[in-house]
Design a protein. Structure first.
Lengths: 293, 743
């Protein structure tokens, strides 16, 4: 196995062009597990740890440009105000040691339906900045996940950064695991309110072949909020509305029975998490409005 | 000055070495010229190895040898499992081409570096004639067979009142009945220190560094397998990073490692991976139990029927004896029936694991008792008190010391049990359902015969106690130092404890919760013998100020000898003055009490509070109270850790742990610590652990019984019972996962 150690981004892209089947490795929290279990034996690894721009973030007005290798610990420490949903998700990743190494770029590269960052990214919206020796392109997060552990990257491309809009309203993330820490999700759910567009975005984790949004639920709640003028009035959300929202989220999932949980449980839990996180975010939105007024 | 050294919370003496990384475990050793072994494991669940192609491996850089059934290392058979052999399985590796379970050893590659050995192992091509394994426990249940007598009693044991024809008749006559079928998966001890071994040969023979609970039996077992004089095999095991039973017996890889080191003329180290640990070392068998209880309307038990079927590996040796270790004696009932069968499985060797038998048995019995209490609408503590046994059913002998009733009462008071709602599912705080549960714990008070210890008093004023036991995190070093310091009247830090070496005074090792009862009593006796020896030397040595005195006139106290006319000398001063580097003496533990007179158990009562999320069924343990009746407690601090560790084991049993064996292949699908779930800190609540103080001097002079396994007994039932109280849902299949609780 070749082990390539580029020290610049251009060298990394050149290496990926030369070895299209090479697996990029940064924190190693996923890749090393796959290697240790002998699930993969790639012809080459590209160690991205020496590429400086992957480890930095920039805040430009209303968008955070998050380098692919920025570890979860830094997201929690520095970006909670702007990316509250992603920060909550980051809290649930592995152990402190894993959070010191693991990154959103790794989650995106692996594209596991159970990756903790995905529901938060889907709920906030954003674009994945990918590059190759051919150039750079932006992939909307909604188009990024193609199948089980498959993403929209071409074989010569690497993930450089994720562009995530700063939150303008409350966000939430909820996860159920098989124990209280250091676990893969049985299922998870992310939600973000977007009053400027009058929308609510969602992300479902670990309950379908890919992370996915619950579009019917999003359309339902957007219509409910608009029809009742609730964005402006910051009025109370009817319990039946939250209930219906939860049901629609559950319907959007395609879970399976596996060792971590049954499909029936996952659907039920998703409906509960969706109902509760909607209620939490909406109540927080209402409180923020009163505080501002 | 030293009267309080026993009982008080003395910190673990090797603690600083462990937390600073100074403590050396077997895998940390790198003797000069070291080569590395890596195991090749079978990838089929049953069959025969028909060919091994080692060509590519042998051509790989650094590879020194590839051993296989067709190029074996000679091991000597004829080892019959007995008290003298601690071989963990009933066959020796590489001596035939049979594959008995998935993941068994079929080869060993030795190379100059670990990476080269691992690479070589990956290049070995093994060809099998595979057969389907018997690996589905549920499917094997109908074929279960008698295991033979258990604890000297029949595997099917009926203790029936006169005139009662059968347990069924007794159950039929009881107005209130409760019980069910209780199941649990196989489990693995998964100590964090992987099993590691380093074999070094020289003129004196073999030195084997090996993380083990039993250095001396390991040495005897290895010597037999290698055809060596036992005097030429020394096992060293200074630190053991957890064992839980899994490091009691000697597994196949140390035998091969030692043989390879001999064949190659180089030290060899083999460290198995966590994944390999699941198939190369032992496991706790799966268990299927039915319990039926019959009671009168006032809650007096009329009949207890407890039948268990445990898996048993075709590689041996141990199965869970669930009914005989629990329902056999825990409650007073006029009619008791316990039965045990085993279902043979082509599975990795089954072995002892913390509270073997009591762990599954107490879950079934104590769950059934909770179900009976619910049917009777009776407080579960009250039900247990109404059926309190003071003599062993069917034998009539009392316990050496039993204060379980005090455990119930004190535990209930400390916990606030009177706030428990009798009606399940009726207490709610916000989105959380609150439940209280309790269960009893009992574990035999074991004491090994012929345990020896040596105490040496040195000219530098210090003392040393030694015995061939182990400290796998139990606190044994600290206990031995404290016991001897108390007897000698010295500060604890002046008494070093040495263990983990097979050439030290005779000791079976650290298991069966027998360490303190066996070794501490021997150490105390040895300390007294050493003082007597000191006095002898003092009166006999011509340079001694005590020379010529009658030994009866020389008194030892607090490190000093005194005699008539104001004679007074610290023992270190005396030894220095007479130019003697030290005096020492060995002595042994007193024999355990005659089983005809007493039964001996440690007891406890667990109380736990759980929260269950009303919408998602997520479980949070809020607190645990455990009151422990284990005789005299030598060191509360390390004792508390022992009980807490046992409770964490019970939490794992209740909520998380289970090996998943694929029925078709016999492969363990979750053989790693990411997917074999053990409790993490966030799963472990506050423990309120209280020790009663009733020294059991019928058991031994010292009054101490064991505590290493007691915390594990009953704790899973306490949790399951609390989950029932919280939700009204009774889960009898462990572990209790969210989807089972959700339904």
């Amino acid at each position: 196995m070749e082990f390539l150690r580029p020290s610049t981004w251009d060298e990394a892209l050149a290496a990926k062009a030369e070895y299209p089947s090479a697996v990029p490795i940064a924190g190693g929290t996923d890749v090393m597990v796959e290697l240790n279990f002998d699930r993969h034996r790639p012809e080459a690894l590209i160690d991205l740890n020496r590429v400086p721009e992957l480890h930095t973030w920039e805040i430009d007005d209303d968008v955070v440009r998050l380098g692919a290798s920025v570890p979860y610990t830094r997201i929690i420490d520095h970006l909670t105000d702007r990316l509250p949903g992603l920060s909550l998700a980051a809290h649930t990743v592995g152990s402190p040691q894993i959070r010191n190494r693991g990154s959103v770029g790794g989650n995106l590269g692996a594209a596991s339906p159970a990756g903790d960052a995905h529901p938060a990214l889907l709920a906030s919206g954003g674009r994945v900045e990918v590059a190759s020796v051919r150039g750079t392109r932006m992939i909307p997060i909604d188009d990024f996940y193609l199948g089980v552990k498959r993403n929209a990257l071409e074989e010569d491309e690497l993930i450089l950064a994720v562009h995530i809009p700063s939150a303008t309203a409350p966000q939430q993330f909820s996860k159920i695991g098989t124990r209280n820490a250091m676990v893969i999700a049985v299922c998870s759910f992310g939600i973000g309110l977007h009053p400027e567009t009058g929308t609510v975005r969602t992300g479902i984790g670990s309950a379908a072949p890919t992370p996915r949004r619950a579009t019917d639920a999003e359309e339902f709640i957007a219509a409910e909020l608009a029809d009742a003028g609730l964005w402006a009035s910051r009025g109370e959300l009817a319990a039946s509305t939250a209930q219906r929202f939860g049901e629609l989220v559950a319907q959007a999932a395609s879970p399976i029975d596996d060792v971590r949980g049954s499909a029936a449980y996952r659907r039920h839990a998703l409906s509960v998490m969706a109902r509760r996180t909607l209620t939490w975010t909406w109540n927080e939105y209402r409180t923020a409005g009163r505080a501002a007024a | 000055m030293t009267a309080e050294i026993l009982g008080r919370g003395r910190a673990r003496v090797e603690g600083p070495a462990k937390v600073t990384g100074a403590a050396k475990y077997a895998a940390d050793l790198h003797p000069s010229g070291l080569a590395y072994g890596y195991l090749v494991l079978a990838t089929v669940g049953r069959g025969t190895v028909t060919a091994v192609d080692a060509e590519a491996a042998l051509a790989s850089p650094g590879v020194l040898a590839v051993y296989s059934p067709f190029n074996p290392l000679k091991l000597y058979g004829g080892i019959v499992h007995s008290d003298q052999s601690f071989l963990g399985q009933n066959w020796l590796p590489l001596q035939d081409a049979e594959v008995r379970h998935h993941g068994q050893i079929v080869g060993l590659v030795v190379a100059d570096t670990f990476e080269q050995a691992r690479r070589g192992a990956a290049l070995v091509r093994v060809v099998y004639d595979a057969r389907p394994p018997v690996a589905d426990f549920a499917a094997a249940l109908p074929n279960a067979v008698s295991p033979g007598p258990i604890n000297g009693e029949p595997d099917v044991l009926d203790l029936l009142a006169p005139g009662v024809p059968s347990i069924e008749a007794a159950l039929a006559a009881a107005p209130v009945r409760a019980g069910g079928t209780y199941t649990q998966p196989p489990k693995n001890p998964v100590p964090l220190e992987p099993h590691a071994t380093v074999a070094v040969w020289d003129q004196a023979g073999l030195t084997l560094h090996l993380g083990t609970q039993a250095a001396m039996p390991s040495a005897l077992t290895v010597a037999a397998a290698l055809g060596q004089d036992p005097a030429r095999v020394r096992v060293l095991s200074e630190h053991v990073g957890g064992g839980f039973g899994g490091k009691l017996y000697t597994w196949a890889h140390p035998l091969l490692t030692a043989a390879a080191a001999q064949a190659l003329g180089r030290p060899v180290k083999t460290v198995i991976t966590h994944e390999q640990m699941f198939s190369v070392t032992g496991n706790r068998t799966p268990v299927h139990q039915t319990v039926e209880l019959g009671a009168s309307a006032d809650g007096a038990l009329q009949a207890v029927k407890h039948e268990a079927v445990s898996g048993l590996s075709t590689s041996g040796l141990i199965f869970e004896q669930a009914a005989h270790t629990t329902s056999r004696y825990l409650y007073k009932a006029p009619n008791i029936h316990v039965a045990q069968k085993v279902a043979m499985l082509d599975a990795p060797p089954s072995t002892w694991m913390r509270a073997p038998g009591e762990e599954p048995g107490s879950f079934a019995l104590e769950s059934a008792m909770d179900e009976l209490a619910a049917k009777l609408n009776l407080d579960p503590v009250e039900l247990r008190l109404r059926n309190y046994s003071t003599v062993v059913p069917g034998r009539g002998v009392p316990w050496s010391s039993k204060h379980l009733d005090e455990c119930y009462r004190l535990g209930a008071a400390r916990f606030g049990w009177n706030r428990r709602a009798q009606r399940p599912g009726s207490v709610r705080e916000g989105d959380w359902l609150i439940g209280y549960g309790m269960a009893s714990a009992a574990y035999p008070g074991n004491q090994f015969p012929y345990t020896m210890a040596k105490v040496r008093l040195r000219a530098d004023g210090g003392a040393e106690v030694s015995s061939a036991t182990a400290d796998l995190g139990t606190g044994m070093r600290t206990v031995l130092s404290s016991v001897v310091a108390e007897r000698l009247g010295l500060p604890g830090e002046r008494v070093a404890a040495v263990l983990g070496d097979s050439v030290l005074p005779m000791n079976y090792g650290a298991f069966a919760s027998a360490g303190t009862a066996s070794t501490a009593t021997a150490a105390r006796a040895a300390a007294s013998a050493a003082v007597a020896q000191l006095v002898q030397v003092a009166v006999q040595n011509a340079a001694s100020p005590f020379h010529g005195l009658d030994p009866k006139d020389v008194v030892y106290a607090e490190g000093r000898l005194t005699g008539p006319g104001g004679l007074d000398a610290a023992f270190g001063e005396l030894l220095t003055r007479i130019d003697v580097s030290g005096v020492e003496a060995q002595d042994g533990s007193a024999p355990p009490p005659d089983a005809r007179n007493f039964a001996v158990h440690s007891f406890g009562a667990h109380f736990c509070e759980v929260r269950v999320h009303a919408w998602t069924s997520e479980v949070r343990l809020r607190r645990f109270t455990s009151v422990i009746d284990a005789g005299r407690i030598v060191n509360e601090r390390t004792a508390r850790s022992q009980i807490a560790g046992g409770l964490v084991f019970g939490i794992g049993q209740a909520l998380f742990e289970g090996s998943v064996m694929e029925p078709a292949s016999g492969r363990t699908a979750n053989a790693n610590l990411a997917e074999y779930l053990i409790p993490v800190n966030a799963d472990v609540p506050v423990f309120d652990i209280q020790f009663l103080s009733h020294p059991d001097t019928n058991f031994n002079e010292f009054g101490a019984r064991g505590i290493g396994e007691l915390g594990t007994v009953g704790s899973a039932a306490a949790i399951a019972n609390a989950l029932f109280n919280a939700t009204g849902r009774r889960v009898r299949d462990l572990p209790v996962t969210v989807d089972k609780l959700f339904g």
